[in-house]
Structures are given as structure tokens and as C-alpha cells.
Design a protein around this ligand. Structure first.
Ligand SMILES: [Zn+2]
Length: 311
């Protein structure tokens, strides 16, 4: 039997430096943890995760309060011109290795344990880095796709990114010979890199099956999320007893709609993010903290609270 929902909308006092990052509803971790635990206790939560989950794994967050503004290539730009695609792949061929090298951090591992304990039912992630899966989470919806494979836009053939990498290098031996030091490269979370191969025109192979255009299996700006992933995410939202948002400003509608649905369904929404989010007004509890700090403090009580609820 789940406890009744008590939505907290405390008159959260002024923060230390409200002018720097005004976020009037947010609580510090210390102040907000008891309320968050009260909202989540004994409930099977659906997690929505974003870039703040993976910053400790060395993957930058380009939307956070400390981020440099950056405009990734849009779907229209990618599909509209072979030259832009070549430009994209020449950079991605450097940038994707940063994701391949990244390791799950303590926050990923904590969420995997909470799923095993029955406190978390699924994770909808906006990250393409596959670190939830590698940390042991089993029910993960990669809402914005995944970096580790590419897909033919015509016939939907999937190719591992490692195989695609070998094909790109074979066609572009001069570029492949340029060894970039990762320490000198400004990586972006979508595997774009802020350095470009500056030699001869970069050559991009066609789909080996049908000759079509191959694209990373990630959702670009201006592109719709995959219908199967969206359907699975709706389903999880309907079954969830609480929603826990971790490390995302919920800037994009593709994730924010699930928060709206949770609010309409009357389940508690706990948001933990460093900085404001677009759904702060919908939160039962909003904590301004790093995801790893929150999970380090919340894992034990949430695991304890889930014990006995599942056989
Ligand atoms: Zn094809």
C-alpha cells in the first residue's frame, strides 16, 4: 500500500546568491532531502536523467549554468547537404571516442542498485552515452538515441559505431593518421568535437546494404524522437508511482512532456538539478544539487523503503 501523496510547495527562502542564478523554489540538499525522501518512500520511481548525470564521467553538459553556449548540427542541416554531413563525420570521428572512453560514475551505479532493490522501475535518459546500461540498469529508454551505432536513413540497417569508424578511417587515411590528443579537444555531449580535420575533403561511405545516407543513431535537434522509445516512455510514466528527475534542465519538450503527465496523474515529482529547470513549477520538491551528492544521501533510505514491497 503506497502512502498518500502530500505535495509540498514550501515557501522556499532566499538562496545564498539569488542574483547569480535565481531559482526561488529550490532547496539545498540538506534542506530538501527529508521532503524528497518522504515523497519517494515506498514508491516505485521512474527516473528521467540528463547531462548532469554524466558530467562526473567527463562528458560536458552544454546546457548547465556553467556551460558554453553551443549550437549542434540540426537534422535539417545534416540531411540537407553532403558537405555538411562530411563536416559532421570528420568531427564526430574524433568526438565519439570520448563517449567510448567514458566510464559510469557513482550516480549511475547507485541508480542501478536502486532498480535492483525495487525503488526505481525504469530510467528514461536523454543521454546518448549508454552509461546507465553499462552501470547495470536494466530498464533504460534511450530517448535521444545512442552514440554506439549508426543507422541507414533509407533501410534502417544498424551498424556498430566501431565498424563505421573503421570504414571512415579506411576512406580517409590522411585524417585517420592525425592523432588528436584528447586533452586538447573540447568535446560536446553529442560526440561532436571542436576540432575538425582540415585536409582534403572528408569522404563518407554510403549504406553498405542499399546505398542510402547513414546517420548516427541519435536524435538530432529538429528531429523527432523514435516512436517506439516514446511509447515505452509513456507506458513507464503510467505505471510509475513517483517521478525523479536527475540532472536535466528539461529544456526540450521530448522529456518535459513526461513530467506534465506525471503531474496530471497526481504522482509526486522530485527534481534534482544544479540550476533551474523548465519544470520547477511542477515539482513537489526541487533540490539544487549535483546528482551524485543527492544519490549518495538518498540511496540507503530509498533501498530500505523499497524492501518488502517486492518479492
Ligand atoms: Zn540502407
Amino acid at each position: 500500500m503506497t502512502p498518500p501523496v502530500r505535495i509540498l510547495r514550501a515557501g522556499y527562502g532566499p538562496r545564498d546568491e539569488p542574483d547569480l542564478f535565481p531559482d526561488p523554489q529550490a532547496l539545498s540538499l540538506e534542506a530538501g532531502l527529508p521532503a524528497a525522501l518522504e515523497q519517494l518512500a515506498g514508491r516505485e520511481a521512474l527516473v528521467i536523467s540528463g547531462a548532469g548525470m554524466s558530467t562526473a564521467s567527463g562528458i560536458p553538459d552544454y546546457r548547465g549554468p556553467d556551460a558554453q553556449p553551443r549550437q549542434p548540427m540540426s537534422f535539417q542541416e545534416f540531411t540537407g547537404s553532403p558537405e555538411r554531413r562530411a563536416h559532421y563525420w570528420s568531427r564526430n570521428q574524433i568526438g565519439w571516442r570520448n563517449l567510448q572512453r567514458a566510464e559510469p560514475n557513482a550516480a549511475h551505479r547507485s541508480l542501478a542498485r536502486l532498480e535492483a532493490a525495487g525503488a526505481v522501475r525504469a530510467v528514461i535518459t536523454q543521454n546518448i552515452d549508454r552509461l546507465h546500461e553499462r552501470a547495470g540498469s536494466r530498464c533504460v529508454i534511450d530517448l535521444h538515441g545512442r552514440y554506439d551505432r549508426v543507422r541507414c536513413m533509407a533501410c534502417a540497417t544498424l551498424i556498430p559505431r566501431t565498424v563505421w569508424s573503421d570504414r571512415l578511417d579506411a576512406l580517409n587515411p590522411e585524417a585517420a593518421a592525425v592523432s588528436a590528443d584528447p586533452a586538447d579537444i573540447d568535446f560536446a555531449p553529442d560526440a561532436d568535437a571542436e576540432v575538425a580535420y582540415a585536409g582534403d575533403a572528408y569522404r563518407v561511405p554510403d549504406c553498405p546494404v542499399c546505398g542510402g545516407v547513414v546517420k548516427p543513431d541519435v536524435v538530432f535537434f529538429g528531429e523527432s524522437t523514435g516512436p517506439d522509445d516514446v511509447a515505452a516512455a509513456w507506458h513507464q510514466t503510467e505505471l510509475a508511482q513517483a517521478l525523479l528527475v536527475l540532472g536535466t534542465s528539461l529544456t526540450v519538450h521530448s522529456a518535459r512532456r513526461f513530467v506534465r503527465r506525471a503531474v496530471r496523474a497526481g504522482i509526486p515529482v522530485v527534481i534534482v538539478n544544479h540550476g533551474q529547470t523548465r519544470s520547477d513549477a511542477d515539482a513537489s520538491v526541487k533540490i539544487d544539487a549535483q546528482v551524485a551528492e543527492f544519490l549518495a544521501a538518498a540511496e540507503a533510505p530509498l533501498s530500505e523503503g523499497a524492501r518488502g514491497r517486492r518479492p
